[in-house]
Design a protein around this ligand. Structure first.
Ligand code: GLN
Ligand code: ZN
Length: 744
C-alpha cells in the first residue's frame, strides 16, 4: 500500500499569523515569548492538519522564523563577521539580525543577500562563506521541533537541505565544493542525533539534481552520501528532488546510498517510468503528483490509473506526495470568502492538497482495473509559435530612432523615472476606505487625480524630461491589470510567502483573457493634459503578468501569455491614439519563467520575447517603447533582452558596479538601442549626493555611448517617501545637467 507524506507545509499560518507576530516583535510591540508561542501554534496546527488528513508521516523542520536556508546557515555556524562581532545575545535576535541587516550593536549593516529559490518567487538568504570557512553544528532548534512533534504524538520526518544543495546556494568562495569535506561531519553528527531521537526517516532535499550540474558536483554526490549513510545508522534517508526533470542525474540519484528518492512528477511526468526502473529493490520511490506550485485540484483519477500498476509492483515502497514543498501554495481554501462555490470547486490550497493525497491513497487501495495510460508530457514546445511569427514592428530601431528624436527633441542624457511615486499613508488610507465602501467612487477618483496632479507638478519643478503619472491608482502592478482583464480571478486569502514576513497574493488565470475596456488611458491622458512635457504610459508586460499569476494547467503557458499580449496590444494602441507617444511595458519577471534546464531556454525565450514584441507590434515608428527590468544579473538573458527590441530599456544597476553594463557593451554588435541604467538604489533610504551621481554617470558614459544613455533611478519609487524622492531626483537631474554641459 502506498504511503502518503508531504515535503513541507507553509509556515505563514492560515491568516498570516506569523507575519503579524514577527512584525509586532520587530517593532518592539510584543515580547519574544509571544512570538515563540505563535510559531509553536503554527507548527502544532500544521502537523495536526497532516495527521488529520491521514498522512503517514508528519514533516518537521520546514518551519522557519524567516527562511529555511538561513536556518541551515545558523545550524552550521555560517555567520559573516559583521553579524557576530560584539555580544551575541539571544539566538533568535541574532537570527533576525542576519536576515534584516543589523550588527549586534543594533547598527544597520548590509543584510544577508537574498535571491530566488530556483524558479519560484520565494527568496532565500544566501549563505556567505569565507575562505577557510569552518563549520560547526548547533542543531538544537531542529531537535527541539522533532521532540515537540513527537510529544504531540506524531511520527516525525525531519527535513534538511542536503549538503550539496546547501553549498551550491552559497557565495563568497570560488569553489564552494571544496568546503564539502568540512561540512559533511556536521551533517553526519546531525543524522546521528536524529537517529537518537528515534526518527526513522529523514528527508534530504537536493533540488540541484534537477539542474545542469558541472561534473565535479555530480561526482561529489556519491562519496558524500556514502559518508552520511555510514553515520546515520538505522535511519533511512529520503533524497528529495523537485522543480525539474532529473535527466542525466536520474541514475545518479537512485544509485546513491539512500533508502528512497522523491521525484517531481508534475514537472517531469515523462520520467516516472524510468524512475520506477531505477528504484532499487529496497528503495522507496516517492512520487510528487499533487502540484505544490499551483492552486488547481489534482486529477486524482488520472493518477489512480497511472499509479495503480506501480502499487502492484512496489507495494508500500511507493509513496505519494506533492511535487515539492507546499511552501509555494496558499494555506487553506476554507479561509476564502471572496471566491464563489463554483470557483472553489476547482481549487486546492495546501490544506486541501493534504486531503487530495489521502484521497489518492484511498483510490489506490480500490481494486480498479489498471489501465496504464502513459503520463502525458506537456512538452516544452510552444503552440503559439506560428501566431507570433512576423508580428514585429515595421521598422528597425535604427530607422525608428531618428523619427523619435525628431518628435521628442529630448536633451542629451534625458532624465526620467520608472513609474511609481510614493504611496503615501494618505493614499493607502483612501484606498482602504474605498475598498471598504467608506468613500464614494467619485471621491476616490478625485483623490487619485489630485495625487497625479501633484506628481506632475513635482516632476515639472524638478525638471525631469520624461514624466510619469505616478501609478497612484495601482496597488500592485499585476493585480491592477488582472482586475480589469477578463479571465482572472482574485483570491481573498491566497497568500504565499515571498521572503521573511512578506507574502504575495498572485491572481489566478481562470480562463481565456481579454480586455473589455481600456485600463490606463484615462489616467495617462489626464496626466498628459497637465503638462507640455511627454508623459510615459505605463503597462505591465505580458510575461510578468503571466509569471506573477497562478497559470492554467489545461493550456500551455505561452497561450495565456499571447492572450495577455493581445489585450495589452489593444491598450498600447489606445494609448497611442490618445496621444501618449512614449509607452513603457515593464517586464521585471521575464527571468522568472526561464526553465531551470538550459535545454528549455530557447523555447521559453522565443514565446516570451515574441509576446512582448507582439504588444507593440503595431505602434508607429515615432512612438517610443520603453521596458524596465530590475535584477542585476543579465548575462544569462542578454540575448532575450536585445531581441525585445524596446527603444529604451531602464534597468537596475546601481548595486552591481557597472558589471552589468559591461555585459551590454561587450556584445560584439554592442547593444544597439537606448539604455537607462539605474543611477541610484531605490531600496535604501539614503539620498545620493550630486557629486556621487556625476561620477557614476561619467563612468557609465565610458561604457554606454552618450547618445543612447538615459538617466533614471533603479526602479519605481512607491516604497519611498516624498522627502527622499524629492532630494534624490533633484540631485539626479542636476547631475545629468552637469554632465550634459561638460559633454557639450
Ligand atoms: N513601473 C513599476 C513601478 O515603478 C515597475 C515596478 C518594478 O519594476 N517591479 O513601480
Ligand atoms: Zn523595477
Amino acid at each position: 500500500m502506498a504511503q502518503a507524506h508531504i515535503l513541507g507545509y507553509p509556515r505563514i499560518g492560515a491568516n498570516r499569523e506569523l507575519k503579524k507576530a514577527q512584525e509586532a516583535y520587530w517593532r518592539g510591540d510584543t515580547p519574544q515569548q509571544q512570538l515563540l508561542q505563535v510559531g509553536a501554534e503554527i507548527r502544532r496546527s500544521n502537523w495536526q492538519a497532516q495527521s488529520d488528513a491521514g498522512l503517514d508521516l508528519v514533516t518537521v523542520g520546514d518551519f522557519a522564523w524567516y527562511d529555511q536556508v538561513l536556518n541551515h546557515s545558523l545550524m552550521f555556524g555560517v555567520v559573516a563577521d559583521r553579524f557576530s562581532e560584539g555580544a551575541a545575545g539571544n539566538k533568535l535576535d541574532q537570527y533576525f539580525r542576519l536576515a534584516r541587516g543589523r550588527a549586534p550593536s543594533g547598527q544597520p549593516v548590509a543584510a544577508s543577500a537574498m535571491t530566488k529559490w530556483f524558479d519560484t518567487n520565494y527568496h532565500y538568504l544566501v549563505p556567505e562563506f569565507s575562505a577557510g570557512q569552518v563549520f560547526s553544528l548547533d542543531s538544537e532548534w531542529l531537535l527541539e521541533e522533532v521532540r515537540e512533534a513527537q510529544a504531540q504524538g506524531h511520527k516525525a520526518k525531519p527535513v534538511v537541505i542536503g549538503p550539496l544543495t546547501y553549498l551550491w546556494l552559497g557565495r563568497g568562495v570560488d569553489n564552494a565544493l571544496s568546503l564539502l569535506p568540512g561540512l559533511l561531519p556536521c551533517y553526519a553528527k546531525l543524522l546521528s542525533q536524529l537517529a537518537d531521537l528515534g526518527v526513522e526517516w529523514v528527508q534530504v532535499d537536493e533540488p540541484i539534481l534537477g539542474l545542469d550540474l558541472p561534473d565535479e558536483w555530480r561526482s561529489a554526490f556519491n562519496s558524500a552520501y556514502e559518508e552520511l549513510r555510514t553515520a546515520s545508522g538505522n535511519l533511512n534517508l529520503l533524497l528529495a528532488t523537485y522543480f525539474s526533470p532529473l535527466r542525466e542525474n536520474l541514475n545518479l540519484a537512485f544509485s546513491l546510498s539512500v533508502e528512497g528518492v522523491h521525484i517531481d512528477c508534475v514537472r517531469a511526468p515523462e520520467e516516472l517510468n524510468t524512475a520506477v526502473k531505477h528504484t532499487g529493490e529496497k528503495q522507496v520511490l516517492s512520487v510528487g503528483v499533487v502540484n505544490g506550485r499551483n492552486i488547481w485540484r489534482a486529477d486524482l483519477e488520472k493518477w489512480q490509473r497511472t499509479l495503480k500498476p506501480l502499487v502492484e509492483k512496489l507495494g508500500d515502497r511507493l509513496w505519494i506526495s506533492a511535487s515539492c514543498s507546499l511552501l509555494h501554495s496558499p494555506v487553506d481554501l476554507n479561509t476564502e470568502v471572496t471566491l464563489s462555490v463554483e470557483q472553489k470547486q476547482k481549487l486546492a490550497y495546501s490544506r486541501q492538497k493534504l486531503t487530495e493525497l489521502a484521497q489518492l491513497q484511498q483510490l489506490l487501495k480500490q481494486n480498479i482495473s489498471a489501465v496504464a495510460d502513459n503520463p502525458k508530457h506537456d512538452g516544452q514546445s510552444c503552440p503559439v509559435a506560428e501566431q507570433l511569427q512576423g508580428t514585429w514592428r515595421g521598422q528597425r530601431y535604427l530607422e525608428r530612432a531618428p523619427v523619435q528624436a525628431e518628435r521628442w527633441q529630448l536633451p542629451l542624457l534625458p532624465t526620467t523615472t520608472i513609474g511609481s511615486f510614493p504611496q503615501t499613508d494618505l493614499l493607502r488610507k483612501v484606498r482602504r476606505q474605498h475598498r471598504n465602501g467608506e468613500i464614494s467612487e467619485g471621491d476616490y477618483l478625485d483623490h487619485l487625480r489630485a495625487e497625479i496632479a501633484e506628481a506632475i507638478r513635482r516632476q515639472e519643478i524638478l525638471g525631469l524630461d520624461v514624466l510619469v503619472h505616478g501609478e497612484a491608482e495601482r496597488n500592485d502592478m499585476v493585480e491592477y491589470f488582472g482586475e480589469q482583464l477578463d479571465g482572472f480571478v482574485h483570491t481573498g486569502n491566497g497568500w504565499v510567502q515571498s521572503y521573511g514576513s512578506r507574502c504575495v497574493k498572485p491572481p489566478i488565470i481562470f480562463g481565456d483573457i481579454s480586455r473589455p475596456q481600456a485600463m490606463t488611458v484615462e489616467w495617462s491622458s489626464y496626466a498628459q493634459s497637465l503638462t507640455n512635457k511627454p508623459v510615459k504610459g505605463m503597462l505591465t508586460g505580458p510575461v510578468t503578468i503571466l509569471n506573477w499569476s497562478f497559470p492554467r494547467e489545461d493550456i500551455h503557458r505561452s497561450e495565456s501569455c499571447l492572450q495577455i499580449a493581445k489585450a495589452l496590444r489593444e491598450e498600447v494602441l489606445d494609448l497611442e491614439a490618445a496621444g501618449i507617444g512614449i509607452i513603457q511595458i515593464d517586464e521585471p519577471a521575464l527571468r522568472e519563467g526561464v526553465p531551470l534546464r538550459k535545454s528549455g531556454h530557447t523555447d521559453y525565450f522565443s514565446w516570451a520575447v515574441g509576446c512582448f514584441r507582439y504588444t507593440c507590434s503595431e505602434v508607429k515608428a515615432e512612438t517610443q517603447i520603453h521596458t524596465h527590468m530590475c535584477y542585476s544579473n543579465f548575462n544569462a538573458i542578454m540575448d532575450a533582452i536585445v531581441s525585445l527590441d524596446a527603444d529604451v530599456i531602464t534597468i537596475e544597476s546601481a548595486r552591481s558596479d557597472l558589471r552589468l553594463l559591461t555585459a551590454f557593451a561587450d556584445r560584439s554588435d554592442g547593444y544597439p538601442n537606448e539604455i537607462g541604467p539605474g543611477v541610484y538604489d531605490i531600496h535604501s533610504p539614503n539620498v545620493p549626493e550630486r557629486a556621487e551621481l556625476v561620477d557614476r554617470l561619467k563612468k557609465i558614459a565610458e561604457v554606454v555611448p552618450v547618445e543612447r544613455l538615459w538617466v533614471n533611478p533603479d526602479c519605481g519609487l512607491k516604497t519611498r517617501s516624498w522627502a527622499e524622492v524629492g532630494s534624490s531626483l533633484l540631485n539626479m537631474v542636476e547631475a545629468a545637467r552637469a554632465v550634459r554641459s561638460e559633454l557639450a
